[in-house]
Design a protein around this ligand. Structure first.
Ligand SMILES: C[S@@+](CC[C@H](N)C(=O)[O-])C[C@H]1O[C@@H](n2cnc3c(N)ncnc32)[C@H](O)[C@@H]1O
Length: 337
């Protein structure tokens, strides 16, 4: 599969789209920023409302094919940048005043299904796992990264308790023969976890997650993306994030909890924020989740958590405490290959 893989060929489900639309009310018009364009599901749904404009970003060059389709259809109202969303302030003008900035994290169905990308366990192609604009691939990571750092990555970014065991197996194997495909990597991990209950998830799931996060520096991208978005949003603008695993959700939750006041019924039991500026107002501390019908239709939506908050000022104060809280992720995702 490649750039020509079209929206028509792969059944595409934009996760929690109805929730997104009811939060952003595109029927009233305005400019919206889709930070994770993917197959263009959100962008297209917003552009179907006549008074809207969409600025979309995606680091994956293959998404350009989907973007071209929308550029042709909505030349006056759509713009696309192939970039990382941490660069949002470099590609979007300061005075844009978006009504909402939206993140739908992780991989698109196009990326998962594209065997050439090496995201799936059974891919016999080059061990790649790059979303786009990367410094190194999964091949570089598993064959060259220091064994201790590899073990820490698997443990922390994959929440895999057997990180050390798996890193040792990988190290032993790579000394004899370079690991070239995802299938090879998966069979090494399965060997390390041979006592694992196979009725649970695939034994490679957590390690693949860890390596993918590391290759794409996903957590630090998210941290920077949230901070940069808060800079760009003006009073009333909404920041919306759909996340798919606990590491991502923890980052989003911390950001909103540290820098928001609750709009209704603030609980007197909530810890008082010390010296943290209130950048946002939150409607609820609880995330929204997909309903049963959506989960039935699209299993990926089962783990989706949607959090959002509304910017309550035009001025910006740097979220020092938030950055400090996750400084370890910056150390961990630093390239040392
Ligand atoms: C789950 S998909 C988005 C699907 C999209 N909402 C739709 O309806 O088609 C996530 C997309 O975000 C992109 N992405 C992930 N991290 C990114 C980053 N740091 N900067 C830019 N794009 C990113 C991926 O390349 C992928 O195409």
């Amino acid at each position: 599969m490649n750039a020509t893989m079209s929206l028509e060929k792969v059944k595409h489900y934009p996760v929690m789209l109805n929730h997104i639309l009811s939060i952003i009310s595109p029927q009233h018009g305005g400019t919206f920023i889709d930070c994770t364009f993917g197959g263009g599901g959100y962008s297209k749904a917003i552009l179907n409302f006549p008074k809207t404009k969409v600025i979309a970003i995606d680091r994956d060059r293959l998404t350009k094919a989907h973007a071209d389709f929308l550029l042709k259809k909505f030349p006056e109202r759509f713009n696309f940048f192939q970039d990382k969303f941490s660069n949002i302030n470099k590609v979007v003008e300061d005075n844009t005043n978006p009504k909402a900035i939206i993140f739908d994290l992780g991989l698109s169905s196009f990326q998962i299904l594209d065997k050439e990308r090496g995201f799936s366990f059974d891919s016999k192609n080059f061990l790649n796992m790059e979303m786009g604009i990367n410094e190194y691939s999964a091949y570089d990571v598993v064959n060259s990264l220091d064994k201790d750092h590899l073990a820490t990555i698997i443990k922390v970014l994959g929440e895999e308790k057997d990180g050390r065991l798996i890193a040792n197996k990988i190290d032993k194997y790579r000394k004899k023969k370079l690991i070239k495909t995802s299938q090879e990597l998966s069979s090494i991990i399965n060997d390390a976890k041979k006592n694992y209950n196979k009725h649970k998830k695939n034994p490679s799931t957590k390690t693949f997650q860890a390596i993918r996060i590391f290759v794409n520096k996903e957590l630090t991208e998210l941290i920077s993306g949230l901070i940069e978005s808060a800079k760009l949003l003006k009073n009333g603008g909404k920041l919306i994030v759909v996340s798919f695993h606990s590491l991502e959700d923890k980052i989003v939750k911390n950001f909103f909890n540290l820098y928001s006041s609750l709009k209704k019924n603030p609980s007197r039991y909530l810890p008082k924020k010390e010296n943290n500026p209130s950048l946002f107002e939150m409607i609820s501390k609880k995330p929204l989740v997909a309903d049963a019908n959506e989960v039935k239709e699209n299993i990926r939506s089962r783990s989706a958590k949607l959090r959002y908050a509304i910017r309550n000022d035009d001025s910006f104060v740097y979220p020092v405490e938030f950055k400090k809280r996750f400084v370890n992720y910056f150390k961990l995702e630093e390239g040392r290959i």
